[in-house]
Design a protein around this ligand. Structure first.
Ligand code: NDP
Length: 327
């Protein structure tokens, strides 16, 4: 038996409960694991609180990312005792996820925990850190270097945004952080390493086709008018990596930045990202992240309080990552 958060939706209504499951109830898969830590992400909170149609089938164990120890394997790459990370692939949405003591998974989806990271470090990074790294790698693939000029990050206080600021700064970039939380300015500048702050309001209103060239590249977690303004302010031959939609799914922009300044807009998706990019991203994360800093960005909670913390997360009362101890 093991503990799990289970979401059900039947004649008794939509409900999330902490319950005990039998090992035999785990969906069949090539690898079984003891979950060590799981992340509590915004998407998990939406699922737990029924605030968006995240869950595709019921009953569902939520949890879109976790790190665990392999207990049995029919997969050639994995042996009992191996430590592995799983993010994305619809886990916690259409397949049982990580907010549980045990999980089963397709071995093709697992990434080996890099040697220099602890299991808790891996979930302090989680989907947010992985997405931020994929954005940084996207900029680099397009030829962006620290010498070219400043890089903008929108939604800088958020999960992905704060990792993006920190990773860019660690990689030697000068970072402009756009935030709607002036109280977080000191954290963004002194702890995460941003060089300057701009208020969110300067970017979230309807955009002109082109604006003054202000940054050579950007990581946008916000979408909508913000992304339009980001594109309009990007320098000639600049690159924008877009991964989020905190302001909205729309993009009310013009083609002017593309046809007059040759700006590149590159999408980033961590859910179905190819395995070689995931492995590369985790290796880069392992080389840049240190446990001490990750601990400062993390609040550790027990599985038993994950449901109550989902509400705090949706009300914007959480800064940094919530890591759930599932041992
Ligand atoms: P968070 O909620 O932690 O952060 C989003 C940030 O965006 C907020 O902290 C805030 O930052 C800013 N923001 C919120 N609302 C608005 C608004 N109305 N207008 C302008 N800015 C706003 O979310 P995450 O960092 O976890 O995720 C960010 C986005 O990325 C989400 O849309 C998420 O769905 C997406 N995502 C995509 C992934 C992918 O694979 N493509 C993976 C993970 C997440 P501030 O207060 O600093 O302005």
């Amino acid at each position: 038996m093991f503990q799990a958060i289970v979401i059900e939706n039947d004649e008794q209504g939509y409900r999330s409960t902490l319950t005990r499951l039998d090992d035999a109830q785990l969906p069949p898969a090539s690898v079984s694991l003891d979950v060590l830590f799981s992340g509590l992400n915004y998407k998990d909170a939406l699922a737990i609180e029924n605030k968006a149609p995240v869950i595709r089938q019921f009953p569902m164990v939520p949890g879109i990312d976790f790190v665990g120890r392999v207990t049995s394997s029919r997969h050639p790459r994995w042996r009992p005792g191996d430590l592995a990370i799983l993010t994305g692939y619809g886990v916690g949405e259409s397949r049982w996820g990580g907010l549980a003591g045990k999980a089963s998974a397709d071995g093709d989806w697992l990434v080996a925990l890099p040697e220099t990271l602890t299991p808790a470090d891996a979930m302090a990074i989680g989907t947010a850190g992985l997405t931020a790294m994929l954005c940084l790698m996207t900029l680099e693939k397009q030829g962006v270097t620290p010498q070219q000029g400043e890089v903008l990050v929108t939604g800088a206080s958020g999960g992905v945004g704060s990792f993006a600021v920190w990773l860019l700064a660690k990689a030697g970039y000068r970072v402009i952080a756009s935030t709607g939380r002036p109280n977080d300015s000191e954290y963004l500048l002194n702890t995460l390493g941003a060089s300057s702050i701009i208020p969110r309001e300067t970017l979230n209103q309807p955009a002109k086709p082109l604006a003054k060239e202000q940054w050579v590249a950007a990581i946008d977690t916000v979408g909508s008018h913000t992304l339009s303004n980001v594109l309009a302010g990007t320098a000639r031959y600049g690159v924008v990596a877009a991964c989020g939609m905190a302001q909205g799914l729309d993009l009310p922009a013009s083609v002017a930045p593309f046809i007059l300044r040759a700006v590149t807009l590159a999408g980033v998706d961590s859910v179905m990202c190819p395995m070689h990019s995931r492995q590369q991203a985790w290796e880069r994360l392992a080389s840049l992240c240190d446990s001490e800093h990750l601990r400062k960005m993390t609040t550790m909670i027990p599985l038993a309080s994950a449901i109550s913390h989902a509400d705090d997360l949706l009300r914007g009362q959480v800064r940094g990552r919530l890591v759930v101890d599932c041992h």
